[in-house]
Design a binder for this molecule. Structure first.
Ligand code: NI
Length: 171
């Protein structure tokens, strides 16, 4: 496995729509595993392929608590089949927007269809943190960041802070 570089916003790749995966082959599985390694090292609870510069519809998530065994989920071509009318507001962060957080309101539960690392089509009913995380990562596949769900004012504040963070890091 190998750790990958994570793109930091603003980056044009993060705003692009990712292409469907044709076949879940060894190369796709290797990418999923490298993304998991990168996500755990960050540390984070989700990562989408565009965040490592690859415009493929692939994501990984693991919302297990610190003291729980790892529960990695690898998804290719995830699609939201159903979302609840009930909505939930949760603070979100993103490995492409380090140290930035904002409250985002999304459907509280979703049903997702995807292909796992063996290419098998599966469905997942997610609620709570997992529902938020999966929706956040699927957004990445469509070039959408959590900052696209908040007010322009809040978004501008975050982007300014992020520019400062980038400058400090480069110095
Ligand atoms: Ni993110």
């Amino acid at each position: 496995m190998a750790k990958l570089d994570i793109l930091i916003a603003p980056d044009p790749v993060l705003k692009k729509k990712a292409k469907p995966v044709g076949v879940v082959d060894g190369e796709v599985v290797r990418l999923m595993d490298d993304m998991l390694e990168t996500m755990y090292a960050a540390p984070g609870i989700g990562l989408a392929a565009p965040q490592v510069g690859i415009l493929s519809r692939i994501l990984v998530v693991d919302v297990a608590g610190r003291d729980e065994p790892a529960q990695p989920i690898r998804m290719a071509n995830p699609e939201i089949l159903w979302q609840s009318d009930e909505r939930e507001t949760r603070e979100e962060g993103c490995l492409s927007l380090p140290e930035q957080f904002a409250e985002v309101t999304r459907p509280a539960a979703v049903q997702v269809r995807y292909q796992d690392e063996t290419g098998t089509v599966r469905e997942l009913r997610a609620d709570g943190l997992l529902a938020t995380c999966v929706q956040h990562e699927i957004d990445h596949l469509d070039g959408v960041l959590f900052t696209d769900h908040i007010s322009l004012l809040k978004r501008n504040i975050i982007m300014r802070k992020l520019a400062k963070w980038k400058k400090a890091k480069a110095a």
